[in-house]
Design a protein around this ligand. Structure first.
Ligand code: HEC
Length: 143
């Protein structure tokens, strides 16, 4: 839990410190994707955000199996987003791929830990998921 708090704290500090820079000039690297793939990524992204909301809700209601399923099937290694990483791989920078893989892996880890009732470790994985979201958003744009 402590590490989770630190991760989130770090992300908040980074966001606050970087906000003026990000507003002054968009420093994100542009990654050009074919239109259909780009649109698919954006749709997946909206579902990722909805998934975070859903799994926080399930956790707060003690529905651990539901939280685990949402994370695994919508962000984890068995999600469509993770499978599409195969054809995305040659189109995106290696570091972007690494961040994506970190997110999918952390979501599967979150699911596994939530299922076995290890909430402290599950929150830790949740911190890694959200850190991957913010890191990638800070570095890349596709439109
Ligand atoms: C590997 C990179 C990467 C990761 C990881 C990532 N995103 Fe994104 N996301 C992007 C990019 C690139 C965009 C589009 C930015 C742009 O060009 O406007 C985006 C856009 C979005 C949008 C805007 C969608 C819209 O309708 O405009 C949301 C919401 C979003 N992401 C949520 C998330 C959430 C939540 C996570 C983590 C669970 C996440 N993303 C993880 C790369 C990533």
């Amino acid at each position: 839990m402590k590490k989770y708090a630190r991760l989130i704290g770090g992300a908040v500090v980074a966001a606050v410190l970087n906000a003026p820079v990000a507003l002054a000039a968009d420093k994100r690297e542009f990654v050009k994707l074919p239109d259909e793939i780009r649109d698919g990524v954006i749709v997946n992204m909206r579902d990722h955000l909805q998934t975070l909301l859903d799994l926080l809700k399930h956790l707060s209601e003690g529905d651990f199996e539901m939280a685990a399923n949402a994370a695994e099937t919508r962000i984890g290694l068995s999600s469509p987003a993770s499978h599409s990483a195969n054809y995305m791989a040659p189109l995106i920078p290696e570091e972007m791929r690494t961040i994506g893989t970190r997110m999918h892996t952390a979501a599967s880890r979150f699911a596994e830990r939530t299922r076995r009732g290890d909430l402290d470790q599950a929150y830790d994985a949740l911190g890694v998921i959200t850190a991957a979201c913010t890191t990638c958003h800070y570095r890349y744009r596709i439109r």
